[in-house]
Design a binder for this molecule. Structure first.
Ligand SMILES: NC(=O)c1ccc[n+]([C@@H]2O[C@H](COP(=O)([O-])OP(=O)(O)OC[C@H]3O[C@@H](n4cnc5c(N)ncnc54)[C@H](O)[C@@H]3O)[C@@H](O)[C@H]2O)c1
Length: 457
């Protein structure tokens, strides 16, 4: 078995960085990453990587062309590898049964078929992408549906990295989860994957499990994280009614060691390619097993996220005298969170569209996500895109902070205030700014889950 040759199918946010880390930590393995998107592969082979992650450039530079290769010939990659990670996209289905909820497994299934057709020797096939529980069974059925005696072992090794901190998460993971069938072959294949991670991950952080637990854990992990954000965001609405301060509430409950402080920052809402799709998928799976109430419970986590975005828009409208027509509104940030250019499911997208519906004159600035913003909003006319936040805010009536980029906490807001139309408003959708100081400068400041600081009586 060519076990020192690793292939990853899918060169996206997960495939690229994870394989770069394996290549970096395991010089004895040859790692190849392939994709049907040839332009993406070309960018992985250039200085302009298709994914922005702090620290990624250095690792790619150190490994590319040595033991890390980005290629387009998928069949060749399959033939030459003993271990194949599958990192293709599994978005929410947009058509047919389960539209808007179930995972769209077409890319994943095409990959399974291609592995079957191109294989000439035994393979360990590792699900890296996030898929519904029991997908491995379907994978096994496809792989073994052709005459021949090639052995395929299907494993689950879900990826827990978060965009923006991917390199740190990969280098120092909280845990690595590896699930397999608990047969002699399954356990042997599991050991091969454990051995890769043992090159840099401490043994106690590598969790082994049955394959179904591993598949399900990934969906559940995302659902639990998103649930915390929706919980704190729901409470932010109550704070605004009662003069409680969400930051104080968050601190008070977060210091309970049973809860912890993370994922308790109130905001305009969560985004990213994973939380919404994975919760909806989890709810869909529950429903297919007849668990209506459980499905409704998890869907409500997504509902609160939509509510929070709408609440933010209505708050802007209310503060700005119930009309935004012709008013300049500058979005500080478009990425779904800081340190990434990814805009999938970003709250800023929903808010930008809603502001345009209100006929506001929108200006969007972001350090890394302007290109994606232009693609996301290509059907909307009249939006200005400006990388420089000072130029972006000039002449505007309001700033709405959409992304918690550190750079937005370090700007000269006096200079910005002086250049804006008056009265000037700031809607801090991430609660990252110094609200008191901004108010002293003359801004009318609207945080999330705290009383606004305004100059009107
Ligand atoms: N983005 C994240 O933060 C994150 C974190 C953990 C897990 N995941 C999961 O990992 C998976 C991949 O996510 P992503 O964000 O990297 O997606 P992505 O869209 O960035 O990348 C997927 C890549 O797969 C390629 N692809 C699709 N079909 C293919 C095929 N048949 N052959 C070869 N290549 C093919 C696409 O061209 C694309 O480049 C998803 O299941 C996602 O849920 C994502």
């Amino acid at each position: 078995m060519k076990r020192n040759n690793i292939l990853c199918i899918g060169a996206g946010y997960v495939g690229g960085p994870t394989m770069a880390m394996i290549a970096h930590k395991c010089p004895q393995y040859k790692v190849t990453v392939v994709d049907i998107n040839h332009e993406r592969i070309a960018r992985w082979n250039s200085d302009d990587l298709p994914v922005y992650e702090p620290g990624l450039d250095e690792i790619i530079r150190a490994t590319r062309g040595k033991n890390l290769f980005f290629e387009t010939d998928i069949d060749k990659g399959i033939r030459e590898s003993g271990i194949i990670f599958v990192g293709v996209n599994t978005p929410t289905k947009t058509f047919g049964a389960g539209a808007g909820k179930a995972a769209d497994l077409q890319y994943w299934e095409k990959t399974a078929r291609q592995i079957r057709e191109a294989s000439e020797s035994p393979k360990i096939v590792v699900e890296k992408c996030t898929i519904p529980v029991r997908t491995a069974l379907a994978m096994e059925r496809i792989l073994t549906s052709k005459d021949g005696d090639i052995r395929f072992d299907v494993l689950s090794n879900p990826e827990f990295l978060a965009e923006g901190t991917a390199i740190h998460d990969l280098e120092f993971p909280d845990r690595v989860l590896i699930g397999s069938r608990e047969t002699p072959n399954g356990l042997e294949a599991r050991k091969a994957i454990v051995d890769i991670y043992l090159n840099w991950v401490p043994r106690e952080k590598i969790i082994e499990s049955n394959i179904w637990s591993s598949e399900l854990s990934k969906l559940v992990a995302n659902a639990f994280l998103a649930q915390r954000i929706s919980s704190i965001n729901a409470i932010s609405a109550l704070c605004e009614k009662t003069e409680a301060d969400i930051a104080e509430v968050s601190r008070a409950i977060g210091l309970d060691s049973r809860l912890g402080v993370k994922f308790l920052n109130a905001s305009v809402g969560f985004g990213g390619s994973c939380f919404k799709k994975d919760i909806l998928n989890l709810a869909y799976i529950c429903r297919t097993y007849g668990l209506e109430d459980v499905a409704n419970y998890w869907e409500s986590v997504v509902d609160i996220n939509e509510y929070q975005k709408e609440r933010f828009i209505l708050g802007i409208l209310d503060a700005m005298f119930n009309t935004l027509a012709g008013k300049g509104i500058c979005l500080f940030g478009f990425a779904f969170k800081a340190d990434t250019g990814d805009t999938r499911e970003t709250p800023a997208h929903t808010i930008a569209r809603r502001l345009c519906e209100e006929k506001a004159e929108l200006v969007i600035t972001d350090p890394k996500a302007i290109d994606n913003a232009k693609i996301d909003l290509q059907d909307v006319d009249g939006i200005t895109y400006e990388p420089d936040p000072y130029k972006a805010a000039r002449g505007c009536d309001a700033i709405a902070v959409m992304t918690e980029w550190k750079v937005y906490t370090e700007l000269d807001y006096q200079r910005i205030y002086d250049s804006m139309a008056k009265p000037a408003f700031i809607f801090d959708g991430r609660n990252i700014l110094d609200h008191k100081r901004l108010h002293e400068m003359g801004f009318n400041v609207y945080p999330i889950g705290k009383p606004p600081l305004v100059h009107f009586t």
